[in-house]
Design a protein around this ligand. Structure first.
Ligand SMILES: Cc1ncc(COP(=O)(O)O)c(C=O)c1O
Length: 390
């Protein structure tokens, strides 16, 4: 927001988030950009129309509101360009469609967000793409799975629901040695806690639905690319007719302003709850990479600047009956999908789709999203839930 619309290097993250994106002096000094709704954009004369020599040409190609958000994200990510799509899932599928061709081979981490797997196993296979899964701890050994036709290595760290940390620099090194693209679903950490492009990732994916929105009222996705892949990403996006409305883009930009503060609260509160859960006799283990007890803690500490508010815990015994009893007893945790909003959520996680990663948990796995409530209230609530299954 600063006069140039581009905050200087070296500022603290909350200062950065306050000032990134739009330049208020382009809009008469109003602090926020206007919400421009529109399909048609008029050209001032036939020659301009013929050459399309103006910044905006048609609503699908962007508006001043979407530009403000794209600029904010590029500044945050250090990316060449960002596309905006209608959901986090679309932020996964669009870059895959942009770079894959019939006969290509793609490697997905086995702990991937389930709808990404569904897209791979249905659409990608139907398009003649070879889909293979690899275990999350593979690291440099990914080189052994790279084939002459491997086009993309798809990463997600931590893994969905079970929170394994991947060695992204090792994977990037092996991939780039053979000109393979590395994509990362970085929704959990956001660029605040893991700056994926700085670690060599080529294309980074975010469900804006989660922390950028922060209020469970928008579905949104962002994909950011390095210079090398930007043109192909953007051209495919345009060809697919993907776009977002300015109202949603505005809400995401608004969410970014407070994301650092919210994430900090999510982080502190989730860690406190996780540490408390570790002490409970009904809990076998807590799957949270910022806990010293987590097997990937050192890797997390090496690469990540923080942890967000989603993690899981494993009950020491029991099955679906105990998991449901716990979920039905707690009152402050809503039973619902998604995360990143201001409210706490809980879900009994199903892991049956995995093919090459360990799945030997002592009991049911419960995922928690820790919201902005007071931490002690959440602990008291969970205590009731655990007491109900004792
Ligand atoms: C890691 C991850 N990526 C992507 C998505 C998809 O986001 P959306 O719900 O906006 O489609 C989710 C949703 O839960 C997610 O957990």
């Amino acid at each position: 927001m600063v006069k140039s619309g581009k905050p200087a290097e070296g500022l603290g993250i909350n200062t950065f988030l306050t000032h990134c994106g739009n330049d208020p002096y382009e809009y008469h000094g109003f602090v926020n950009p206007p919400v421009i709704r529109g399909s048609t954009v008029l050209f001032k004369d036939a020659a301009t129309m013929a050459t399309e020599n103006q910044k905006y040409t048609y609503g699908t190609h962007g508006t001043p509101t979407t530009t403000a958000l794209c600029e904010a994200i590029n500044q945050l990510e250090g990316s060449e360009g960002t596309i905006l799509v209608s959901s986090g899932l679309a932020a996964v599928t669009v870059p895959l469609l942009a770079f894959l061709e019939k006969g290509d081979h793609i490697l997905f981490v086995d702990t991937i967000y389930f709808p990404t797997r569904r897209f791979a196993n249905t659409m990608l296979k139907r398009l003649g793409i070879e889909v293979e899964y690899y275990p999350p701890h593979i690291g440099a050994d990914i080189a052994k799975l790279i084939r002459p036709n491997t086009r993309i290595i798809f990463t997600e760290s931590p893994g969905s629901n079970t929170f394994e940390i991947q060695d992204i620099p090792a994977i990037v090194k092996a991939a780039h040695a053979q000109d393979v693209i590395v994509m990362m679903d970085n929704t959990w950490a956001t660029p605040l806690y893991f700056k994926a492009l700085d670690y060599g990732v080529d294309i980074t994916i975010h469900a804006g639905t989660k922390y950028p929105s922060g209020h469970s009222d928008v579905l949104f996705g962002m994909v950011s690319s390095t210079e090398k892949y930007w043109k192909q990403l953007y051209d495919s996006y345009s060809a697919l007719g993907m776009c977002v409305n300015s109202d949603d883009a505005y809400l995401i930009l608004r969410g970014l302003r407070s994301m650092g503060l919210r994430l900090n609260h999510h982080q502190q509160s989730a860690l406190t709850v996780a540490r408390w859960l570790e002490q409970q006799p009904q809990v076998a283990r807590v799957l949270h990479p910022a806990l010293e007890s987590h097997p990937d803690h050192e890797l997390w500490k090496r690469d990540f600047k923080g942890a967000s508010g989603v993690f899981s815990f494993v009950l020491a015994q029991g099955g679906t009956t105990e998991a449901h009893k716990l979920l039905d007893t707690i009152q402050l945790f809503g039973l619902g999908y998604s995360w990143g909003g201001y409210e706490s959520l809980a879900v009994h996680v199903q892991l049956g789709d995995r093919t090459v990663s360990a799945n030997d948990y002592e009991g049911p796995v419960i995922r928690l999203q820790i919201g902005l409530e007071d931490t002690q209230d959440l602990i008291n609530d969970l205590q009731q839930g655990l007491a109900a299954i004792s």
